[in-house]
Design a protein around this ligand. Sequence first.
Ligand code: BGC
Ligand code: CA
Length: 514
Amino acid sequence: MPKWLDNAVFYEIYPQSFMDSNGDGIGDIRGIVQRLDHVRSLGCNAIWLNPCFDSPFLDAGYDVSDYKRVAERYGSVEELAYLFEEVHRRDMHILLDLVPGHTSMEHEWFLKSCSAERNEYSDRYIWTDSIWESPEGMGCVRGFFERDGSCAVNFFTHQPALNYGFAHPERPWQMKPDAPAPLATREAIKDVMRFWLDKGCDGFRVDMAGSLVKNDPDGSANIAFWQDFRAFLDREYPDAVLISEWGEPDKSLAGGFHMDFLLHFGPSHYNDLFRCEEPFFSRRGKGTAEAFVRTYTENYAGTGGSGLICIPSGNHDMDRMRRFLDPEEMKLAFTFLLTMPGAPFIYYGDELGMRYVEGLTSKEGGYGRTGSRTPMQWDDSPNAGFSTAAPEKLYLPIDPSPDRPTAENQLLSRDTLMREVKRLTALRSEHKALQSRGKVKFVTSGYPLVYLRTEDREDGERIAVMINPSERTYSLPKQLNGSVLYSVGKGVPHLTHDEQKLVMPPESAAVILL
Ligand code: BGC
Ligand code: CA
């Protein structure tokens, strides 16, 4: 595993909403370069950039029409390569978003694939043999093309599924993963990866990584698929990093991914903590972390104890945490995020406590996700410093709240969320036990939440993290007493007069060196 991942803290940049450098109302690559110092100043040393490739933008760029071109609205391939340089100059790294599962219907491969005449691309996507048969268990697009067949889709109906074969083919048109056409699709994606790695990116966050080979209930065909990619990278680009949107680290790490995301859907219980009626991190103290701790611990064991599971503060697909928690509660949530193993991911603006903007009309296939995708709030100048365009020209409106947080006011005021984020990343960088590969062991899974982080060697540091989001005071075993490395909230843990117990004050968190 590349060394830099040991202490990586990622920042997710949604390019259309981060910084507009040329006043057209849409964020762009030059804008990102202008604001890299903000990212660095947070203590983030790595970036995940959402798709910035040619696209009709029916799914905000997750519908790629040319993997090797940068969408004009963002800039050019040269500018993206320049961004890579500027990132590296700051001792940071950057992952692009690889969307290998599907393309836009406008992709040249798909246009050729739709032809009635057989050609090199006829089997690049999953097609049934006849328009009257739709692929079972999947959506499809059909009736638009001269070709007699239905094409399977992955997400929206305009996202035809690339053909990597079926682990257990059941119909004549379903191919084995090692049939020539699925292998050709693989090679085409490797070619895309080569293209960007040659330009200087450090690797990829891989969209829908666990479901490329279809009908693969135990995941073994997808694992084998990614092992082939890892072998290719090890040969040609040994330092290239892969992080998966898979949600089953036992499988994704076996496939050669360095880390896997904790997903906000499926069985992870991630949102029990941040996004539900009674989130664990709410001061109401009515939530529960039990199911989360249970599933996390299982997954953790599945990583062979390496714990390379990335926990995001949010992303472009889920409600902002701020919709459920206020900035004080978010300080405790960030204490958790930034003291867990694996690499933490901060979604742009979450470090300020940016709001989910209610009531927006869907933009580029965002639907309910649109409110989490509004422009970054930099300062109090027009459009919050995001763009010089007229407000109605902006990609999405700025949060209209009069008290919206900005990077500038968070920097100038005391006790802000952003300041805590910086303190926490600094703390993390000073203690190996708190970094990606430090071990974790949960002591409790209720209020207060307590876990131990330890270095992976005998005489290494032992650190306890204790977080009490609730309004109640608790007492803990005195063995958890030690020197306070970090504390936030309404109080600092302290021993009772008789020194028999450690008092955990309400709405507070602490990181303690044992
Ligand atoms: C992305 C979404 C996208 C979907 C389809 C997800 O993993 O994060 O934003 O809509 O894939 O590509
Ligand atoms: Ca622009």
